[in-house]
Design a protein around this ligand. Structure first.
Ligand SMILES: Cc1cc2nc3c(=O)[nH]c(=O)nc-3n(C[C@H](O)[C@H](O)[C@H](O)COP(=O)(O)O)c2cc1C
Length: 166
């Protein structure tokens, strides 16, 4: 892929900062613009209830209202889409976004952060919703803010270099 003229956008949601950390790395490494999805009435990032509330939203397939989106994925060639793993899938904010916005003919890199349970069915859920696009790669991280950030940054750099070369 000839990188220089491609317009890139990182689209992500992050409740506790891990996915945001990776999104910012992608932004710095590729010169991408970014679109952070925010939910109108979001859950608290603290306390055990977030697991119960967030997990049940995923299981029920909720599509919470998002704070207005100021970037159109149509205007970009390459999209990086990132999510924390909730109940083994992507978060409700991503669910809303993928229902609301038509994404076609893009090159897409997928990334996620989890607490050790792995990416679950998130990547297959993305691929199902993004069928009319080319998935150029996927990568997962275990809570990068709690673990070695340098290792995560190195893995991210290698991933970016490999997918942007294709
Ligand atoms: C509601 C909720 C559900 C979660 N479910 C899972 C899960 O199924 N598997 C897992 O490994 N981690 C799970 N986690 C942990 C997060 O995926 C993980 O900490 C991630 O790095 C958080 O990303 P963030 O800091 O960008 O919000 C869950 C966290 C929350 C708040």
């Amino acid at each position: 892929m000839e990188d220089k003229e491609l317009k890139k956008l990182v689209i992500f949601y992050s409740l506790e900062g891990n996915t945001k950390f990776i999104a910012e790395g992608i932004k710095d490494m590729t010169g991408a613009e970014s679109l952070e999805l925010k939910v109108e009435k979001d859950i608290s990032p603290k306390g055990f209830m977030r697991y119960v509330w967030g997990g049940s939203q995923v299981i029920m397939g909720k599509k919470p209202e998002l704070v207005s989106i100021d970037k159109n994925p149509e205007d970009y060639d390459v999209l990086f889409i990132g999510t924390p793993i909730w109940a083994g899938g992507y978060v409700p904010a991503i669910n809303t976004f993928l229902h609301r916005v038509q994404i076609k003919g893009k090159k897409i890199g997928l990334f996620c952060c989890h607490a050790g349970g792995g990416s679950g069915k998130a990547f297959s859920m993305f691929k199902e919703k993004l069928k009319e696009n080319t998935i150029i790669g996927e990568i997962e991280f275990k809570d990068p803010l709690k673990n070695d950030k340098t290792v995560a940054e190195k893995q991210l750099k290698e991933w970016i270099d490999s997918i942007m070369k294709v």
